[in-house]
Design a protein around this ligand. Structure first.
Ligand SMILES: [Zn+2]
Length: 123
């Protein structure tokens, strides 16, 4: 049994929660063009890490709010709970975020504005 510390309700049994899978997967913006293969990576490919993993959780039988969790999937130790839209503060969780293969994908770059080529026509 896993006791999950909801940031809004406090520690609760895992049966009150639904795991939303891997955290920090940025959706490519429609104005940014990426290949079908890159879009498939964004849509279907998920990590299944043994060790520190950054996940989204939903307190579905409680406050119904989403939050992020840095958790060791082998020991089930919860390293950090942090809000949606932010990055973890602990160094190990930060390293897990920055070392993910996803940080270098075209889909991740296409999730940011200003990546389409406004200046290319001026060259
Ligand atoms: Zn809650």
């Amino acid at each position: 049994m896993l006791i999950i510390p909801c940031p809004h309700c406090g520690p609760r049994d895992e049966i009150e929660f639904a795991c939303g899978g891997e955290a920090h997967i940025a959706r490519p913006l429609v104005e940014n063009k990426i290949s079908d293969a890159e879009f498939a990576n964004y849509l279907f490919i998920r990590d299944n890490t043994k060790g520190l993993f950054l996940e989204r959780w939903h307190h579905s039988a409680g406050c119904r709010k989403w939050f992020n969790l840095a958790r060791d999937t082998f020991t089930h130790e919860i390293i950090e709970v942090y809000p949606m839209g932010s990055l973890p503060k602990k160094a190990s969780a930060r390293t897990s975020y920055s070392s993910s293969w996803r940080r270098g994908t075209l889909a991740e770059k296409a999730a940011k504005t200003g990546k389409h080529s406004q200046t290319e026509g001026r060259k």
